[in-house]
Design a protein. Sequence first.
Lengths: 551, 84
Amino acid sequence: MMKRDALKALTNAHAWVGLIISTILFIIFFAGSLSLFREDIISWERDPYFVSSESGASFSIDAVISQVVNDYQVNTHGYFILQMPTDEQPSTNIYFEEKIPAEEQQEHALDKQLDDHIDRHLIISPDGKVLGDGNAFDWGNFLYQLHYNLHIPEVGLYFVGVVTLFFFVALLSGVVIHWRKIIAKFFQYRKDGKKDKLLDAHNLIGVMGLPFHLMYAFSGLVFNLLIVYQISYAVVLYGGDQGKLFKAAGVVDVHLDESNVAIPVQGLDKLLLTAKLSLGQVTIIRMSIDHFGDESASVTFRGDDKSQFSTRKEVTYHIASGRELYLTKNNYDNDIRGGLAVIASLHFGDFAGYSLRMLFFVLGIGTCYIILTGNLMWLQKRANLRSEKQNKLGLQLVKAMTTGGFIGTIFATAVGFICARLLPIDLLDRSDLIGQIFFACLAASLIVSLLIKAQQQFAAIFLKITALALALIPVLDWLMLSQGIVVMFKAGHFDVLIVEVMLLSLALCCWLVSSRLFSSAEAVVNEQPISLNDLAENLIAEGIPSIKVTS
Amino acid sequence: MWSRTFAGLLLGLLISISVVLNLNLLVPIKEDTMLLIGLLCAFPIWAGMQVWAYSFTSAKKAWLKLTLVLTPSVVLNLLLLVLR
């Protein structure tokens, strides 16, 4: 049995850790929940403009590559990746580096832009024609990147990793604190019990979703902080030789030295057929080329075996000779690669169709609610302290983090969706602009929250505006692009509908929470007109009239 | 709270690395399997040590207890590496 002092220390630490990481964790979970439907969001933004009812059955890689080579100078030393068309996603995406001519490089050098290439992303129709620039439709990827590194260059990944570690710590400490009641009070939700409502919601969702939370905390750590153990393994076990560690970890390097002899990239359709025969039951989803246009060029076809859980298959050929360079039918025949593939499948929820992703989405939004209730309980505790014991600045900061950070994130996301639908698709740096608008909205929300004293009314109105903004998106879809969406439906592609249902669900959640806030505000106004200044106090006041605090 | 946080972060990390390295050096199974087992154990150990650090009423105690766990594990690391 844990000592009373230790339990008290752990409870304080649980609250403290939760509060410190709350805003960032909310953004991570909110963006992550939406990112479960990343491909659908990308299709929602892009496909109504380029929809085609043709199937990809006649798709020719050779024809596409001929056209790309005619139109662009592909960088031999860079990457070249083609996302294969599927039944669900008939259009194809090609990602490659385009060489910048030397004279333009000099001009760029004057502008201090020293890159020797441009990153290209082309959308290809099912019949192989280049439809447009894929970089203009990046909203789904923006949300995903927000989830894993908050768009902070270099250190963002590790920062999110550290926050995830403390999320893991909050989970474990929460289990220890709640352990004695975890079975007896498993379903306890005292909705009429007033002061325990927030705590019960916090515990109920936390315990119900515990396996999900543990899985996310662990897999998130693996993705973001693996490097810590990678370095220690390399230094201690492999004498500083990272190459040896990579080899043991199943990293395959099928490398041929560049010969600097240029030859056209052809014969890939034939190699695709050979790959299908070699790999057996697999849907090839990706093709990549190394040393594009050089005699040493090789092509790798990769696919997932849908008949097995998380099994990746891959084959590599030397393009010029057709010689097989590497073949794996089971996650690179390496346990750590296989293990990482399982962890990735669990994290992305990509192994059981939409039903699983919907469940993960609900649990993800549920986690956002856990974070919110955690903050509100902290605020409640502080509000109950005598005024001389209160740290006014800290209290205002936490309130602003909760109102501006949490609601601001949802609002900024809604505005991002609206911009992704409204901005012209040929607008220069369209995706960058949408990203900037997102951060401007989030920053403005935080600043306004810090400045406003009547945070309860602000939160109520802000949530309602957010709900309306979210609900506006499907209306814009149908007003602007109904023809394209109908063609998508007829071709059996329901990405737009999936995204719209997701956004309307979020709008409903926001509206319901706001209505409850607003009605509690009315009650407080009637009873104590001067005392309205705090989102949390009033949220809690909804259930506990006695804790209202006069400002 | 900050001191206990750093105790858990730093010593918890070192303990997780050390324990996992000992596992790698002691258990005679396939290299890639061992790396995976190490990976599966490492993060829960780190987070567990952080929780343990928070359960102490003083930061000094947290630093002391975690150091007491780390020391024998590091000694075993050194021994196994020398005998390797």
